[in-house]
Design a protein around this ligand. Structure first.
Ligand code: ATP
Ligand code: MG
Length: 169
């Protein structure tokens, strides 16, 4: 199964506003699917050992802040529009621990804390919306746990199933 480790996040009125302003620019991430990926694991034959080792992580809960927008691979021809997430220290530390506990799966990208809002196949220019929301705080949310998810890709969009939840301290 296709798996990833992530922090699930609620939407907010300002995130909904960005989505509304980007109508027609791509496929929007449904509110129930908003998440911050700590590590993409990809196709796994089994999750038993991984599931156990992730349970060894001991880290404190913290407040995540979503502030400002960004785009991959660049603002003018973007395939992904995202909200930036912080604080970097907590997120980097948690991502580093998740990577360490899942060492058998190599990390293909360096970790960039972000929440995908919209995906655009052809590549779109998001320069304006990114400038308009510079330094805007979209959400402040207390992170009490992270989760191991299975992702089932459907033509209508992905379905994420929570396999296990790991509490922070
Ligand atoms: P879709 O592929 O239909 O657009 P999705 O990207 O949300 O949906 P997945 O491809 O299963 O679903 O990805 C799950 C999560 O892992 C997403 O946050 C995605 O951005 C991230 N992800 C996917 N592939 C990679 C990768 N190669 N490296 C890092 N992160 C990835
Ligand atoms: Mg994908």
């Amino acid at each position: 199964m296709r798996c990833f480790v992530a922090i699930s996040l609620p939407s907010s009125p300002l995130l909904a506003k960005v989505k509304e302003e980007c109508t027609g620019m791509g496929r929007q991430v449904e509110s129930k699917n908003l998440h911050l990926t700590l590590k993409f694991l990809g196709e796994l034959s089994g999750v038993d050992s991984l599931r156990r080792s992730l349970g060894e992580i001991r880290q404190s809960s913290f407040t995540v802040t979503l502030m400002g927008l960004g785009a991959f691979p660049n603002q003018r021809r973007a395939r992904v529009l995202f909200a930036r997430a912080g604080p970097e220290k907590n997120l980097n530390e948690l991502a580093r621990e998740v990577d360490e506990k899942t060492k058998e799966v190599p990390l293909d990208h360096p970790f960039t804390p972000h929440i995908t809002i919209l995906r655009s196949k052809g590549g779109r220019d998001f320069t304006e919306v990114i400038a308009r929301y510079r330094d805007v705080i979209f959400l402040e949310h207390e992170v009490r746990y992270f989760s191991l998810y299975e992702s089932i890709l459907k033509p209508t969009g992905p379905i994420y199933n929570e396999i296990e939840r790991y509490q922070l301290m």
